[in-house]
Write a protein that binds this ligand. Structure first.
Ligand SMILES: [Zn+2]
Length: 377
């Protein structure tokens, strides 16, 4: 009990120092690799002189577990980082940046296990990649890891059995150690280093090419840390298209986990009313992948938009307007039948597919932020 009380007290004081003493937090956040190597050299022991930042209460020997101090008798006021109670240690690690966690992982096996934990990296993943990495990207990552592991296994088997078919492997562990790492940390590093291409969607593809204005297309993406932008490879559209220097704002997680070649089944046709914001699939011909295009539901010609007298929602005919195009443009408007709509169009005007109604203000705002400075022909 005494040990618990003292440990708890030291945690409280440490926690207080984290919240009330910026210098103390700054020390940990700025823990450089040189500091870490110093820790390493001194057998993971470090002096309490590190805590010279002004604390609300001076940190003294009494606040540290007596038994722990006994272990360090003869080493002055030194204590091991790993001697800290679990919560303060976790609290310190949670405040480290990815680079600092990687450095810290090199100190010893115990810190390596802690610094590589999915728990710590999931938070970092969410912070940096949460807006562009979705289920389909995670799925592709799992396939990528499985495929690499399968290759490694085959190589191991060839190596072991290739010339000596009668020799059995000594153990399975050797192979397992060389397996590709499927941790969240490995995914984070592969994304940041640009080694892993992931699926996502890109607004206004090909640098806002007029033919793609206010659309969103599936692509494979790769991050470039030097420019903090992305490179995209768009699914074959008669040709492979590549685009570079795509900023974060033009990426999104695919809202539905379906292939761009699959027709989306609309579930909102009965609800469409004038003024609703929608996205509709469109493709040039049936060999091409769909892109998602932003539009709004308009009024029927017969309606004259008379406020409370509007009965457009009762009609089977629905007008979809794409106001990024000039009023005379053939892309400005299309008509669908809410009872029978599946995919409609022709080889000249393209094919209009599934419709999703936008309910989220954020989604609508994103489209409006991408609005072209002038209307498109
Ligand atoms: Zn109307």
């Amino acid at each position: 009990m005494f040990y618990f009380l003292i440990s708890f007290l030291s945690f409280l004081i440490l926690s207080k120092s984290f919240t009330s003493t910026p210098l103390s937090i700054g020390f940990w956040l700025n823990l450089s690799s040189s500091s870490i190597s110093r820790i390493k050299k001194s057998s993971i022991s470090f002096s309490f002189s590190f805590y010279k930042a002004p604390l609300s209460m001076p940190l003294t020997k009494n606040m540290i577990s007596e038994s722990k101090l006994d272990d360090h008798e003869g080493e002055g006021d030194k204590i091991s980082l790993l001697d800290l109670p679990e919560l303060p240690l976790e609290s310190i690690l949670e405040r480290l940046s990815p680079a600092e966690l990687c450095n810290m992982a090199g100190v010893c096996k115990s810190l390596r296990d802690r610094c590589q934990s999915d728990y710590l990296w999931e938070k970092l993943m969410k912070q940096k990649w949460g807006k562009v990495i979705g289920d389909s990207a995670y799925q592709q990552w799992r396939c990528h890891v499985a495929s690499r592991n399968s290759q490694i296994n085959q190589q191991n088997q060839r190596g072991l059995f290739g010339s000596f078919l009668w020799i059995k492997p000594k153990s399975q562990n050797g192979g397992q150690e060389r397996r590709s790492n499927d941790s969240v940390m490995a995914l984070y590093i592969s994304l940041t280093s640009g080694k892993f291409w992931f699926p996502a969607q890109v607004y206004n593809r090909e640098n806002g090419h007029a033919g793609f204005m206010l659309s969103c297309y599936d692509a494979q993406l790769c991050y470039d840390s030097k420019t903090d932008t992305f490179q995209a490879r768009y699914a074959p559209h008669g040709r492979w298209a590549v685009e570079e220097n795509i900023p974060w704002e033009r990426l999104r997680i695919p809202p539905m986990d379906i292939s761009p070649h699959v027709l989306y089944t609309s579930d909102c046709l009965d609800d469409l009313r004038p003024g609703d914001h929608i996205e509709i699939q469109w493709r040039r011909n049936k060999e091409f992948p769909h892109g998602w295009w932003y539009g709004v539901v308009g009024h029927l010609k017969s309606c004259a938009e008379r406020g409370n007298h509007c009965c457009c929602h009762l009609s089977d005919t629905v007008i979809l307007e794409f106001k990024q195009y000039n009023p005379g443009s053939r892309w400005r408007q299309t008509v669908i039948n809410r009872r029978h709509h599946r995919e409609e169009g022709n080889e000249v005007d393209g094919f209009y597919g599934g419709i999703r109604k936008l309910h989220s203000e954020d989604e609508i705002a994103r489209w409006n932020n991408l609005w072209p400075t002038k209307t498109v022909e």
